[in-house]
Write a protein that binds this ligand. Structure first.
Ligand code: SF4
Length: 237
């Protein structure tokens, strides 16, 4: 039987060289304004009831990708993308690797904005010195655990307790655009092992569009849409 405790003790925090990546897709229009590249990280200790991405809770569901490899690959994407969204899994369980990655990417793509989802509330994160660098790299943080019993109040937040924090000057400028987001858009892409993914935020009470749940059958190519992890590393674009 799998030793889950061992997985959850994995020393991801503090490792500056790697991101434990579950999947990645671009161009995605359902997790923030404009067309974006979305990274889902693997590993989350929160275990929210009704978790919207349970397949990403186990750190061993991801692969450790060196930050320099990931940064180089992101910088080969279309410069015209609006920005990066980081979800999971719990991004703030691997703050150093992600902060290193964003630092490199932002230096080369200053026009890209950064949105980060977290199951922790921002006030808790601000009390953790290890989280400060990653918070500073974000323009927008959508915080709080997913609570399926709290009706959704914003199309980019899965449940009504989650709040959108406009962290930076650019984040505050994004306010009107974020407010204008309308519910419902989803994208289809390819996840790990060429498994189809439905990409978006679940509507209250709905299960059809998830922040990154696997759908479909392994090995079968999905509908036309965002490219995923396999394309990212093995194909040139
Ligand atoms: S924080 Fe997100 S990924 Fe973690 S258990 Fe809760 S819903 Fe799932």
């Amino acid at each position: 039987m799998k030793d889950e405790k061992k997985d959850y003790d994995a020393p991801i925090e503090g490792d500056r060289s790697f991101v434990n990546l579950y999947s990645l897709a671009w161009p995605v229009s359902s997790l923030g304004p404009g067309y974006r590249v979305v990274l889902w990280v693997a590993g989350c200790r929160k275990r929210c009831p009704g978790c919207i991405s349970p397949e990403m809770q186990d750190p061993s569901s991801g692969r450790l990708v060196p930050v320099d490899v990931l940064a180089r690959r992101l910088l080969r994407l279309d410069e015209g993308l609006a920005g990066v969204t980081i979800s999971g899994g719990e991004p703030f369980d691997q703050t150093e690797g992600l902060a290193d990655l964003l630092e490199r990417v932002r230096a080369q793509r200053p026009r890209w904005n950064v949105m980060i989802y977290s199951g922790y509330v921002l006030s808790t994160l601000r009390r953790k010195s290890s989280a400060h660098r990653l918070i500073e790299m974000a323009d927008v943080v959508i915080d709080g655990p997913y609570r399926r019993e709290v009706p959704q109040s914003h199309p980019l937040a899965g449940s009504g307790n989650q709040r959108m924090h406009l962290i930076s000057t650019r984040g505050r400028a994004m306010g009107p655009e974020l407010e204008a987001c309308r519910p419902g858009p989803v994208n289809f892409g390819l996840g790990p092992g060429l498994v189809n993914m439905v990409i978006g935020v679940p509507r209250s009470g709905g299960t059809e569009c998830l922040r990154g749940q696997k759908k479909g059958h392994k090995g079968r190519k999905g509908p036309k849409g965002p490219k995923g992890l396999e394309d990212f590393f093995f194909n040139n674009d």
